[in-house]
Design a binder for this molecule. Structure first.
Ligand SMILES: *Cc1c(COP(=O)(O)O)cnc(C)c1O
Length: 390
């Protein structure tokens, strides 16, 4: 039986050639490909700077570090996300506060968020997640953040190429650096742009950019403009010798390799094409399930949505999941709410109930959504879903 997964990478001959070209070159890592990928990715999002890193989780960790998350600090995020969105706060010794979702968008509910911020002045930042590829109104989040003196890390792992219209009617893209201090992306194979593993941080803030570059590579710099010592106080030399470098902070090795960067850049060149296909698939699902009594909610067709996932909320979710699987359709559940995970539940004080997120979780299922899903395969998915309820 042919299996139809919920997501799948698309590797072309051009991708393979781009990767192999680097494998035959002088640099497997720390070569010229990284900067070319960064430049292309910054241009794609509209941000001024981009920093390539080992994966999306490393991107979140560095972003949280660079924004100064430390012991005792609280940061708000959504429970309907991959655990890494929250874990980056814990890596830095901070404390995650989960806030409930808006059942209509599956994103952080702004009214609840405001209530939480009013009730707890020790919250320092927000990590909104462009869940499934749907953009939050980042302008509203920025206003809220400014009112309470908070920073924003935009988790845009699901949303490269997603956009929303601001109050002036201007189209604003995910990761463009206008509303968030920085934005993070992942190049895991289920995401829009596949590089095996990989991640990116975009920002318009030069100081933040410099700090992220430093932290990505052990906290070591070779840039003489940034040296803290003088030649005299490193051993009486009259100049900085070529080998000289300084470790100025406790950083990590979170670098991306050059062959991954080449694969990522080759994939990025086809991103718009893939997005059109995802949107065409979404349109078809939205129409197919518009009037079904067993559907309580769905992603629908939303302007600017990047459709990393297409979600249905249904009756008898477990039954549907098993029926689809028996028919070779490997639908998936995104996500088990983070605040219900043992790690977070077992923390001191526990976790308060988040009714909208918990209800969503009981009925959500992600249907196959990827650019190479054929019209016949999608039709089979739609008919199989309907057959379960017939
Ligand atoms: C995939 C993902 C991450 C983590 O990215 P990795 O590259 O797998 O480390 C973080 N947040 C969200 C929302 C994701 O989907």
């Amino acid at each position: 039986m042919k299996v139809i997964p919920y997501g799948k990478q698309d590797i072309t001959d051009a991708d393979i050639e781009a990767t192999v070209r680097v494998l035959r070159s002088d640099y497997l890592t720390q070569g010229p490909e990284i900067q070319q990928f960064e430049t292309a990715f910054a241009a794609y999002t509209g941000a001024t700077y981009a920093v390539a890193v080992a994966n999306g989780t490393a991107a979140l960790h560095l972003a949280a570090m660079a924004l100064g998350v430390e012991a005792g600090q609280k940061v708000i995020t959504t429970p309907i996300t991959f655990a890494a969105s929250a874990n980056c706060v814990e890596y830095c010794g901070g404390e995650v506060v989960f806030s409930d979702i808006d059942p209509a968008t599956y994103l952080l509910d702004v009214t609840t968020l405001r209530e939480q911020l009013l009730a707890d002045k020790s919250i320092k930042g927000i990590i909104p997640v462009q869940f499934a590829g749907r953009m939050a109104d980042m302008e509203v989040l920025r206003q809220l953040a400014d009112e309470f003196g908070l920073w924003i890390i935009e988790d845009a792992c699901h949303a490269p190429g997603a956009s929303f219209f601001d109050s002036n009617g201007t189209k604003q893209f995910a990761g463009n650096g206008v509303y968030a201090e920085c934005s993070i992306f992942s190049f895991h194979p289920v995401k829009h742009i596949a590089a095996g593993e990989g991640g990116m941080i975009t920002t318009n803030d030069k100081a933040l950019y410099d700090r992220l570059c430093l932290l990505r590579s052990h906290g070591i710099t070779r840039n003489a403009d940034l040296f803290q010592h003088t030649p005299e106080n490193i051993g009486g030399e009259s100049e900085f010798p070529l080998w000289y470098m300084e470790m100025q902070e406790l950083g990590y090795n979170y670098r991306l390799t050059d062959f991954q960067a080449a694969l990522g850049r080759s994939q990025l060149a086809r991103a718009d094409e893939g997005m059109e296909k995802r949107r065409a698939i979404a349109r078809k699902y939205a129409a197919a399930f518009a009037n079904e009594a067993f559907v309580f909610g769905q992603s629908g067709f939303v302007e600017g949505h990047a459709y990393h996932l297409y979600i249905l909320e249904v009756a008898d979710r477990l039954g549907l999941y098993k029926y689809l699987r028996a028919n070779g359709i490997y639908a998936q559940i995104h996500y088990i709410p983070c605040h219900l995970m043992p790690y977070y539940r077992n923390k001191k004080g526990g976790q308060k109930a988040l009714p909208a997120a918990e209800t969503y979780y009981q009925q959500c299922i992600s249907l196959p959504m990827y650019p190479t899903l054929t019209a016949e395969e999608q039709e089979f998915v739609i008919q199989t879903v309907k057959a379960h309820y017939a």
